[in-house]
Design a protein around this ligand. Structure first.
Ligand code: CAA
Length: 698
């Protein structure tokens, strides 16, 4: 008769004849926190000294094997036993240990498995060493044992990309020994018995020799230097893998030393903040409401945004009807969607076999009444309040009761749009970012009367579309574009005062942005900002410093990449600064009587980031964003903010409120209208608090 003994709150041993099973039960993802580590260590030691036991099976309860170390413990004082020690205990155990993996075996989870003496994967398993994505390296022997099992080239691929491998690939490369179907506990029992019967071979990973491969190491270093020049941990990953050709104790010591360097780097803190930010934003007051069922979606507008939204919805399995005013525009819009879907197949985002079925879910019409039975309608026409109001009034009379009406507006007032319907409780903003089938951010804009279940439906939609939904309040530009409008002004001020657009772009790319602000504006189209400036001109306070360089550029018909010319000139893939822009800048400076001065790259970054943080602080204080982390997520997933810096307000904590105020007050000597100290920063400086504390509700 099998008997079970509890080792601690998360680990149990089951004895069945001459084999024993160790069960890990630490929901939701069996993260290897202190109790898991201590429990496994104690269980292995107990079983190693038990003469009746000949083999041990290790498996996880619930939806997954171990999904990694407990990320919440990072940055806190270490708690013994460490994961490397537990892995060593398993590897050195005199009894064979077979790990049975289901769900995911990631990071420390895969390291526990690699230290075991055989690995069985269950159907659907995904494995990987994603530590690099958190700014660290697989520090529980992963950099030493992976090369022993799969060779240096494949280990480098796994460790430097952090990608998740499907079970078949893990089997093909020898990371797992067998792939089976079944329940983890039953397979663990059968596998342990198979070991005893001599039907399943086991071996110690540390006894496998690694074949040196300097070429692969050099190639990995070159790839990292090109693709992620700002990141610290990928380089350390390669250095650690290089040490795998030495005896394992030496290699493990090198790995530990490099791991500590990564762990202590600010990039680790930033990347882990980003990991939790992605999950924290779903925790909103409306999360408990039940989302309305959505299957049929209407999208009004077949332009870039409408086509992108339609593509994203089709990829998520919805039935979508696109509406355009004229047949020709509709044909263009659906053509773009079809092209996007073909691209999705090429990029591996859509299985070839599912392509026809996905295209078949696309409907098209020039008649809005075809949306009568839609569950959700997303309006994505150009930014004009009158046009939007007309559409919403019409839709209100067409769609069934309970249909949710959403606007993809980037700036306009959702309350005003909702007010022209008889169902303001069913109206919200769903602000996608271009290209909508690629960018992960979705701002879910909650108007005064939006019902909680409508907000919950927005979040459910984001999840199904694999997007990061962030709750935003109503104001001009919501979270992202409101902050963007503010800090873009500082780039113009710096250009007027002496910097060049390319110097600003280069400085910010050096800080880690994927693209500088002028390159982004050229890509998005300079006419967009121009229209926005014209819209806001009548509302502009008299004290505001106005720079017209951008207007002069647009007056020439230079709207950026799409016209071949903007801040840069685009010649067959090559981009260089537009010489005419330098003339425009010189003439605008002369007109305003400005004598240009030099800017250092550091000053550019400081001014840009201080402007961004200032408006972000106001957005939090005004309740437009629920917490600082919501602002961080918006910038990480919608604006190419360097992930390793965690987001604008996580970065602000590394500077501190007092220092930020000092900077703002110094800049205010030049322009006291633009540079004003946000009240929130003043309060934070007074009580020494941080944005991180605000995230925790402190
Ligand atoms: N530690 C702590 N908490 C974790 C965690 C971890 N390793 N992984 C997931 N969680 C938490 C999430 O924060 C989330 O919590 P809330 O519900 O409170 O928001 C909960 O578990 C469920 O996670 P998801 O919402 O992400 O669930 P999912 O089903 O969408 O994805 C997953 C599951 C694929 C495992 C995903 O959570 C994931 O990728 N986790 C991280 C895996 C990872 O990076 N592991 C390596 C850790 S580093 C390491 O192991 C270091 C080392 O070598 C010593």
């Amino acid at each position: 008769m099998p008997s079970t003994t509890r080792v601690n709150s998360v680990i149990e041993i089951e004895r069945a004849g001459d084999v024993a099973l160790i069960r890990i039960d630490n929901p939701p993802v069996n993260a290897a926190g202190r109790d898991v580590r201590q429990g496994i260590e104690d269980a292995i030691n107990a079983l190693a000294g038990d003469d009746s036991i000949k083999a041990i099976g290790l498996y996880g309860a619930g939806r997954t094997f171990v999904a990694g170390a407990d990320i919440r413990e990072f940055g806190k004082p270490p708690l013994a036993p460490s994961l490397p020690d537990v892995c060593n205990t398993i590897e050195r155990c005199g009894k064979p240990v077979v790990a049975v993996l289901h769900g995911t075996a990631l990071g420390g989870g895969l390291e526990l498995a690699m230290a075991s003496h055989a690995r069985i994967g269950l159907t659907g398993l995904r494995v990987g060493l994603p530590e690099v994505l958190l700014g660290i390296l697989p520090g529980a022997g992963g950099t030493q044992r992976a090369p022993r099992l799969v060779g240096i080239p494949f280990a480098l691929d796994m460790i430097t990309t952090g990608r998740h491998l499907p079970a078949a690939e893990a089997l093909e490369h020898g990371l797992i020994d067998q792939l089976k179907d079944g329940d983890p506990r039953d397979v663990a029992l059968a596998s342990a018995k198979a070991v005893v019967a001599g039907n399943l071979k086991t071996r110690r990973t540390d006894e496998i020799a690694v074949e040196p491969n300097d070429a692969a190491l050099e190639a990995a270093k070159a790839k990292i230097a090109k693709k992620t020049p700002h990141l610290f941990s990928p380089v350390k990953c390669v250095e650690a893998v290089a040490a795998s050709v030495t005896p394992i104790d030496e290699g493990l010591a090198t790995e530990r030393h490099l791991y500590i360097q990564c762990h202590d780097s600010p990039q680790r803190a930033g990347l882990i903040h980003a990991f939790f930010a992605e999950r924290a934003v779903a925790k909103v007051p409306e999360a408990k409401a039940t989302p309305r069922p959505v299957q049929k979606i209407g999208v009004i507008g077949g332009g870039t945004m409408g086509s992108g939204i339609t593509t994203s919805a089709l990829l998520a399995g919805f039935d979508v009807t696109m509406i355009e005013v004229a047949a020709e525009a509709l044909e263009r819009g659906t053509g773009t969607v079809r092209k996007n879907l073909e691209g999705a197949v090429k990029r591996g985002k859509l299985a070839e076999a599912k392509h026809a079925e996905t295209v078949a879910r696309l409907g098209a019409s020039t008649d809005m009444t075809d949306l009568a039975d839609a569950d959700l309608v997303i309006e994505a026409v150009f930014e004009n309040m009158e046009v939007k109001k007309e559409i919403f009034t019409k839709l209100d009379g067409i769609v069934k009761d309970g249909t949710i009406l959403a606007s993809n507006t980037s700036y306009l007032n959702i309350n005003e749009i909702a007010a022209c319907t008889k169902r303001p409780q069913d109206v919200l903003g769903l602000h996608f970012f271009s290209p909508a089938h690629v960018m992960r951010l979705l701002e879910i804009v909650v108007a005064d009367k939006t019902a909680p279940e409508v907000v919950a439906t927005g979040f459910a939609l984001a999840k199904r579309m694999k997007k990061v939904g962030v709750r935003a309040g109503v104001c001009d530009g919501f979270i992202g574009n409101r902050i963007l409008s503010h800090y873009l002004r500082v780039t113009n001020y710096m250009v007027m005062d002496g910097a060049t657009p390319e110097q600003i772009d280069d400085a910010l790319e050096g800080f880690g942005f994927a693209m500088g602000p002028f390159r982004v504006s050229d890509l998005a189209g300079l006419d967009i900002g121009w229209a926005e400036r014209k819209r806001l001109a009548p509302l502009r306070p008299a004290a505001e410093r106005v720079i017209e360089i951008g207007d002069r550029i647009c007056e020439n018909g230079w709207f950026g990449r799409k016209t071949g010319r903007g801040y840069y000139v685009y010649d067959e893939g090559d981009a260089h600064p537009n010489p005419e822009v330098a003339n425009i800048i010189a003439s605008e400076r002369a007109k305003a009587g400005v004598t240009p001065r030099d800017f250092t790259d550091q000053e550019i970054v400081d001014r840009y980031m201080t402007a961004m943080i200032s408006e972000a602080a106001r957005v939090v204080d005004d309740g437009i964003a629920l917490r600082p982390v919501d602002v961080d997520a918006v910038f990480l997933f919608g604006y190419g903010f360097p992930r390793f810096r965690g987001g604008p307000l996580a970065y602000a904590d590394t500077i501190g409120a007092a220092e930020l105020i000092k900077r703002i007050e110094a800049y205010a000597k030049e322009d006291s209208h633009y540079w004003q100290v946000p009240d929130l920063l003043r309060r934070m400086a007074a009580d020494g608090s941080t944005f991180a504390q605000l995230n925790e509700g402190k």
